[in-house]
Design a protein around this ligand. Structure first.
Ligand code: 5RP
Length: 286
C-alpha cells in the first residue's frame, strides 16, 4: 500500500473487492441492473415453474446481470462455466407451512460465500415482526463479515405473507433501517404512491422485486418502468419472469426498460417480437 495516498483513496483501495463485485452486478455502462431471482425454494419448495431450477435458469441467465440463488441450487443446478455474477441467499429457517415467516437466521457462512466465488450475499429482514431484532442483528453480523472480505450485502425488506404492508411508509422505514445497519444494497418492493420517498430515504442503491405474478405483461413493464424512473437501480425479479409462458421475451423486454430506457409501449413491442420467436433464442448480449 502507498502510505502517502490521501486517506480517502486508501479507503477505496481497501474497498476494491467490494466495489468490483458491485460493478459486476450494477453495470457501469448504465448504472443499472437486471437481477434474476431464483431463490424462492428456500422457503417455498419447488415453486411453480421453478421445479427444475436448471431448466428455468439456463435460458434466462445470458440476459441477467446477476442470479440470486441458494447454495444448494448453485452447487447442483448452476454451471460453474456460466459467467453471470451470483447473489447468494444466506438467510432462512422457516417455510410456507408456518404462519410467521420472519424467524430467520443465517444459513450459510461468509467462508462458503467466498469459496463459491459469489458477488454478493443476501438476507431478509422483517421489520415490524416478532423477529425484527434477530433479523437486524443477522444483517449487522453479515455486514461486519462482508466488510472484512469485500463482499457486498443485500438486505431484502421481506413482508412474508403480509403483502399489504407494501406501502411507502413501511418500505421507507424498512429500507432506511437496512441502510443504517450497513447494507450495501437493498431489495424492496415498488409501491404507489410515493416510491420516490422510499428511494430518497435510502442512501444505498435499491432494486425492486416483482412479487406474485401480475395479471398482464404490461402491468410488469409498468412496475419496472416506474421503479427505475423513480430511482431504483433495477430489478431483482423472479415469478413475473419465469412464471410467464415466454420467460426469455419477458427478461429481454425488462432489460430494454432498465438498460435502454425503453417505454412500456416499446417493452411490449420487444415482448411481442421475442415471444413470437418462441423459446428458441438467437441473439445473446455480450
Ligand atoms: C424470495 C425472494 C425473491 O428473490 C424476491 O421476492 C424476488 O422474487 P419475485 O420477483 O418473484 O418476488 O426474496 O424470498
Amino acid at each position: 500500500m502507498n502510505w502517502n495516498m490521501p486517506h480517502k483513496e486508501s479507503h477505496y483501495q481497501q474497498q476494491w473487492g467490494l466495489r468490483n463485485r458491485l460493478s459486476r452486478m450494477i453495470r457501469p455502462e448504465t448504472g443499472r441492473s437486471v437481477m434474476l431471482a431464483c431463490d424462492h425454494g428456500y422457503f417455498m419448495g419447488p415453486t411453480t415453474r421453478l421445479e427444475n431450477p436448471r431448466k428455468t435458469i439456463e435460458p434466462l441467465v445470458p440476459y441477467a446481470n446477476a442470479l440470486a440463488v441458494t447454495r444448494g441450487i448453485l452447487r447442483n443446478c448452476v454451471d460453474p462455466n456460466w459467467d453471470t455474477p451470483v447473489i447468494l441467499r444466506v438467510s432462512g429457517g422457516s417455510s410456507i407451512l408456518r404462519e410467521d415467516l420472519s424467524d430467520e437466521e443465517l444459513t450459510a457462512s461468509m467462508k462458503d460465500a467466498i469459496r463459491l466465488n459469489v458477488s454478493a450475499v443476501a438476507l431478509s429482514i422483517f421489520i415490524g415482526t416478532q423477529h425484527e431484532k434477530q433479523t437486524l442483528v443477522n444483517l449487522g453480523r453479515l455486514v461486519d463479515e462482508g466488510e472484512e472480505f469485500g463482499m457486498p450485502v443485500m438486505a431484502i425488506t421481506a413482508v412474508g405473507k403480509e403483502l399489504e404492508k407494501r406501502d411507502a411508509k413501511y418500505l421507507s422505514l424498512a429500507c432506511r433501517i437496512a441502510a443504517e445497519v450497513g447494507a450495501h444494497l437493498v431489495k424492496t418492493y415498488y409501491c404507489e404512491p410515493d416510491f420516490s420517498k422510499v428511494v430518497n430515504g435510502c442512501p444505498v442503491p435499491l432494486v425492486v422485486a416483482g412479487g406474485p405474478k401480475l395479471k398482464t405483461e404490461s402491468d410488469v413493464f409498468e412496475l419496472v418502468y416506474n421503479a427505475v424512473n423513480e430511482g431504483a437501480v433495477g430489478v431483482d425479479m423472479g415469478r413475473n419472469i419465469w412464471q410467464n409462458d415466454h420467460p426469455v421475451a419477458m427478461i429481454k423486454a425488462i432489460r430494454a426498460i432498465v438498460h435502454e430506457d425503453a417505454t412500456v409501449k416499446e417493452a411490449i413491442e420487444v415482448f411481442n417480437q421475442e415471444s413470437r420467436k418462441g423459446m428458441v433464442e438467437t441473439s445473446i448480449p455480450a
